[in-house]
Design a protein around this ligand. Structure first.
Ligand code: MBD
Ligand code: FE
Length: 298
């Protein structure tokens, strides 16, 4: 049974590549890979060639998610699963494989049209140990958990759940939030590895493919230093520092140059015996700046 093992890379389009360079290096601490050029900013979080690619464009959105399988055999087994399920996919060309710095690649779309890629064998540049763009006390928490998580658009929760279940993720509804307008939001969280969730979806009214990307530090000082940098630059903070009920991450959400949100976090810790749901977070996460699609009463 072929399953994905991590969210290995993500790609974004942007009209603001210069702003992204400053934001990624000064606010987040990401490293710029040496083969970055004027059209594509490759960002590193660990020894992988890159984890995030930002492409110069006339749009601002997430333009692909890269899910890793372990072996070449798993890649072909995944293609067979798509064929059996009647899901359209194609094997990437040699050029496309090189662009992603992997050894093999499938391209398809998720049920909401989000470009989705399945790959095996990322290029890991062990001769270039990760070197953050600003001093860091610790590192980014990747390892057996992938690069982080994303809250993505889902036009149809059922179809989206089934698609990601086919990829090998599992999960469930984890919040039941009473919205001020009387509606109820029941976001769904799914994972394929040691991270509590790799994707979340189920927020109504999303226009972009992504609401937020979460990156996790393994040292709380680095989260605090990033928070200072964001505050000193006057960048919008959508939700203030707080701790989530489900993964116990201590996080805040700020605007990226592309106007979707970056969630920066520290300290995931969760061990429920079975499925639970929450009607709010442990503390914090107060709404500070509305209009980023995350005006949730957490
Ligand atoms: C998350 O990471 C998140 O973004 C929300 C909205 C709720 C719980 C965990
Ligand atoms: Fe999140």
């Amino acid at each position: 049974m072929s399953k994905v093992i991590e969210l290995g890379y993500v790609g974004f389009n942007t009209t603001k590549l210069d702003e992204w360079y400053d934001f990624a290096t000064q606010c987040i601490g990401l490293e710029v890979a040496s083969d970055t050029d004027e059209n594509c900013l490759f960002l590193r979080m660990d020894n992988h060639h890159h984890r995030i690619a930002i492409h110069k464009s006339d749009e601002d959105d997430m333009c692909y998610m890269g899910w890793r399988v372990d072996t070449e055999k798993d890649l072909h087994a995944m293609a067979e699963k798509f064929a059996d399920a009647g899901i359209e996919y194609r094997m990437a060309s040699e050029k496309e494989i090189r662009e992603r710095h992997v050894l093999g690649l499938i391209k398809l779309k998720d049920p909401s049209g989000i470009p989705t890629e399945i790959f095996w064998s990322p290029q890991v540049d062990v001769m270039k140990p990760f070197h953050p763009s600003r001093p860091m006390y610790g590192k980014f928490a990747t390892g057996t958990q992938g690069l982080g998580h994303a809250l993505i658009k889902a036009d149809n929760n059922e179809a989206t759940y089934q698609f990601y279940e086919l990829l090998g993720l599992s999960g469930s509804v984890e919040y039941r939030l009473q919205m001020p307008n009387g509606a109820v939001a029941q976001p769904i969280f799914m994972t394929c590895n040691d991270r509590q969730h790799n994707i979340a979806f189920g927020l109504p009214g999303m226009e972009k493919n992504i609401n937020h990307l979460m990156l996790e530090y393994d040292n709380i000082y680095d989260l605090g230093i990033s928070h200072d940098a964001v505050r000193n630059k006057g960048i919008d903070v959508a939700l203030q520092l707080g701790m989530h009920a489900n993964d116990k991450l201590y996080t805040f959400y700020c605007a990226t140059p592309s106007n979707w949100l970056l969630e920066l976090g520290f300290g995931e810790d969760y061990k429920p015996i079975g499925q639970e749901h929450y009607i709010g977070d442990i503390f914090g996460h107060s709404i500070e700046k509305k209009g980023y699609g995350l005006d949730l009463p957490l």
